[in-house]
Design a protein around this ligand. Structure first.
Ligand code: LLP
Length: 435
């Protein structure tokens, strides 16, 4: 299998950077997420350089939902990135990581008064998703005696090649305001006492492995930018939303590059803004591309059951990696302690299904994979789990969430300790009548 550059097998053991995953698993216990900081930096640089090759006013807003760990956010803060935030929790973490409030955008279609007043208090711009939300924010801004700077999220009515649950720009999606209604939304914002529209926002969906949809999205945004400039909006940024997808099927998926993305999108953007006569910042909100391949999830084999199929029962399930159960997603799996060429010889391998410990039939990490013979005690590495892995985890079946480790060259550190049963119990109360 084609590993990314920071993943390798040495003496039969899977390594991430210079770190032997079997040693990390022994030291920190399993399940365990391990993230390579250098890889995040490299992914970011590729993206940033591709865009700035075309335009000098580019701002990357890391999509904090991909992994909201403070250590990860700090890596992005040190690179000069801001963040796409979707909750007051993500807002606080992004600020705690040292991000510039001017480079945060509070997104989402359903925000509480507290979300909005916190954004205003911290001088963070808000992406509005409806005219009703405009009224909600206007009232809060009036009370606070401030002017709220906003963008609207446009719904471009685009079908994109990805899983329907993560195609967000469909006409039928809950997100955004239809392009046909967006000018009147901006007019309402111009008329509101305490609101100043300064941006334009869109997000067509996630895990897209073609660049053309992003170019089409840019066309829609340029046409909206033209219309709202005509009514007097002074656009300071145009935010195209999330970034490229990644090749989860490592040997067969197409691998679109940030350079190809920039070649498709930036000419549309640059021609468009020059014909309108404006120079807004270009904002982009990648999550998956920056994080996915930086991380492996290590999981110990509890037992192997040979029945109508061979089931490899591991200690991580959809409590820790929801993607396969939720979107039928594919992740490559490797037996981390049997990763050498000897172990992968055709005649030795067998077809197995890797299953988690959760009480649901759908708790399957990987269906029908050819792996070296697996026994209890072996270590399974699940690749490309950096984006929407830990961040979508739960305590289902009252299982404490696992730890996250970050490595950086020869360094390693625990960026989140594992939870314990005590953590699970401590938010629960014994009711007075049950004492
Ligand atoms: N901006 C907005 C407004 C978004 O909603 C998202 C993702 C992003 C940026 C980042 O998109 P990316 O660059 O990561 O494609 N849990 C799903 C993915 C959900 C994405 C939600 N929004 C998964 O595991 O595939």
């Amino acid at each position: 299998m084609r590993y990314p550059a920071h993943i390798s097998d040495k003496k039969g053991h899977l390594h991430i950077g210079s770190h032997d995953t079997t040693v990390l698993a022994q030291k920190y216990g399993t399940p365990l997420y391990v993230t390579d900081e250098q890889r995040i930096r490299e992914n970011y640089q590729l993206y940033y350089d591709a865009l700035t090759g075309y335009y000098d006013k580019v701002q990357v807003l890391y999509a904090a939902k991909a992994n909201g760990n403070l250590a990860v956010l700090k890596v992005f803060a040190s690179l000069g990135a801001g963040a796409d935030i979707f909750s007051t929790g993500e807002l606080h973490l992004a600020l705690a990581a040292g991000m510039n409030p001017e480079h945060l955008l509070f997104n989402g279609s359903s925000k509480t008064d507290t979300d909005l007043s916190t954004a205003l208090d911290k001088k963070i711009r808000v992406s509005l998703d409806s005219v009703d939300e405009l009224l909600q924010l206007d009232a809060i801004a009036e009370k606070a005696g401030v002017t709220a700077e906003v963008s609207f999220r446009v719904n471009p009515a685009m079908d994109v090649p990805t899983h329907p649950k993560i195609a967000t720009g469909l006409a039928t999606s809950k997100f955004g305001i239809p392009a046909g209604e967006i000018v009147s939304a901006y007019q309402a914002a111009m008329d509101a006492e305490n609101i100043l529209p300064v941006g334009l926002h869109c997000h067509i969906g996630s895990q897209i492995l073609e660049v053309e949809p992003f170019a089409k999205e840019a066309e829609v945004l340029i046409s909206v930018a033209r219309d709202i400039t005509d009514i007097g909006v002074k656009l300071r940024f145009m935010d195209v939303g999330g970034g490229l997808g990644v090749p989860y099927h490592r040997d067969t998926d197409p691998v679109p590059t940030p350079a190809e993305y920039a070649d498709a999108v930036m000419p549309v953007f640059l021609d468009g803004i020059s014909s309108i006569g404006i120079r807004p910042e270009f904002w982009v909100e990648p999550g998956r591309y920056l994080l996915a391949d930086s991380t492996v999830l290590l999981s110990r084999v509890n037992s192997v059951k040979r029945s109508h199929k061979t089931f490899v029962n591991v200690d991580a399930g959809f409590n820790l990696l929801l993607r396969p159960a939720m979107y039928d997603s594919y992740h490559e799996v490797v037996v981390a302690n049997k990763a050498g060429p000897e172990d992968s010889k055709e005649d030795k391998r067998e077809v197995v299904t890797v299953t988690g410990p959760i009480c649901e039939t759908g708790d399957i990490i990987a269906h029908d994979r050819l792996l070296p013979p697996v026994e209890s005690g072996d270590l399974i590495a699940i690749l490309d789990t950096g984006a929407y892995g830990f961040s979508m985890s739960s305590q289902y079946n009252s299982r404490p969430r696992c730890a996250e480790v970050m490595v950086n060259d020869s360094l390693e550190g625990l960026m989140r300790r594992a939870e314990s049963i005590i953590d699970i119990k401590q938010t629960m109360n014994t009711l007075p009548w049950q004492k």
